[in-house]
Ligand binder design. Structure first.
Ligand SMILES: O=c1ccn([C@@H]2O[C@H](COP(=O)(O)OP(=O)(O)O[C@H]3O[C@H](CO)[C@@H](O)[C@H](O)[C@H]3O)[C@@H](O)[C@H]2O)c(=O)[nH]1
Ligand SMILES: O=C(O)[C@H](O)COP(=O)(O)O
Length: 327
């Protein structure tokens, strides 16, 4: 491991219990905090997450000022449940609605940044079971404690849960098989992040508004690379949040997620001059067991998926272009 990374790990890694809510409230002062939850078809979990954050951190502690759920084209009751649990809900395509729409988690997060108002923004995935208030206060800890920190990523143990069997550290398959090897190869300064794809992070608004956002599932890896580029490793930190349990996707869906992450990485490698060019789209060919026996030598169904990840520009540039010119 790079010696800079070893030093960073020692100085910029902390645990959730080092950041008690009461102290965070004192250190918050006049700053405003938004919790943003991108959510697509999360009716099963969104109500519980919003209720936990609202009761513990908005009403009891006063640490959080705004809970914003970005409904990312859900086909279920996500928006209604989130609203009844006390969140403000915006629909992804209705924020900056005059811009051509884009898809996926990164788009939802970018729209969430545009629609929220906090000086500090905390993002939490909406498919989590058993979210604790410490997820939010822990992520805020390093930001509130040290003005030199601009970005904080969560990490945790990740069980893989299936059919009554629990593999205590078997989760995070895309993180282990795609993101980590890619980061170690191309951006070894980021090798100290225990969960590079964690959807749980916090940052200062001015930083988030200054970087591009990859749409889709490229957003987490793209953000780590862009934040490193903008503020350097010493302004980044990570916090151990304990254990995180979420809904698992099947292997084919994880393959499509991986393809989006690779595209976001390749766009950044091209921007940094490492690759000569990066494709804007690609096709992922996957093979599936057919429901009826296949014909000829290939006993598989061929599934082709268009993979497209584009970068939303830094939000600040978009907002500045819209500001009325004085005089
Ligand atoms: O079109 C979409 C797809 C997902 N989501 C939301 O994004 C979050 C994470 O999506 P999910 O499908 O649950 O991703 P994971 O399987 O948990 O994937 C991991 O890896 C992804 C790729 O890096 C990260 O974006 C995730 O945050 C991280 O948890 C959830 O709240 C989703 O509802 C959207 O808002 N819009
Ligand atoms: O973050 C990841 O690596 C993917 O979301 C896969 O997670 P899982 O292996 O826990 O389903």
């Amino acid at each position: 491991m790079h010696s800079q990374v070893r030093g960073w790990l020692a100085h910029r890694t902390s645990r959730v219990d080092q950041w008690p809510v009461a102290r965070m409230v004192e250190q918050k002062g006049e700053q405003r905090v938004s919790v943003v939850l991108p959510a697509r078809d999360e009716a099963a979990t969104i109500g519980q997450i919003v209720t936990t954050v609202r009761e513990a951190l908005v009403e009891r502690a006063g640490l959080v000022d705004e809970i914003l759920v970005v409904d990312s084209r859900s086909g279920d009751d996500t928006a209604r449940i989130a609203e009844s649990a006390g969140a403000t809900v915006v629909h992804q395509d209705q924020v900056l609605a005059d811009m051509p729409p884009a898809h996926g988690k990164g788009e939802a997060l970018w729209k969430g940044l545009a629609a929220s108002t906090g000086d500090l923004v905390v993002a939490i995935d909406a498919d989590l079971h058993d979210v604790q208030p410490g997820f939010v206060s822990g992520l805020l800890g390093p930001l509130l404690d040290n003005p030199g920190i601009a970005f904080v990523k969560g990490f945790y143990h990740r069980p893989l849960i299936g059919d009554g069997v629990v593999d205590v550290d078997g989760g995070g398959r895309v993180s282990e098989l795609v993101a980590r090897p890619l980061l170690n190869l191309a951006w070894p300064q980021l090798a100290g992040f225990v969960q590079p794809l964690a959807g749980e992070f916090a940052a200062r608004r001015e930083l988030l508004e200054a970087i591009p956002f990859a749409t889709g599932y490229g957003v987490e890896l793209g953000m780590l690379v862009d934040v490193l580029d903008r503020v350097g490793l010493d302004a980044m930190a990570q916090v151990d949040l304990g254990v995180r349990v979420h809904r698992h996707h099947d292997l084919q869906a994880l393959g499509r997620m991986s393809a989006q992450i690779q595209l976001a990485a390749s766009a950044r490698l091209a921007r940094q001059g490492v690759l000569v060019r990066s494709p804007e789209t690609s096709t992922l060919v996957q093979f599936r067991r057919p429901s009826v026996p296949g014909v000829g030598g290939l006993d598989r169904e061929i599934v082709e998926t268009d993979i497209a990840v584009k970068d939303r520009p830094p939000l600040r540039e978009v907002l500045d272009r819209r500001r009325p010119v004085a005089g």
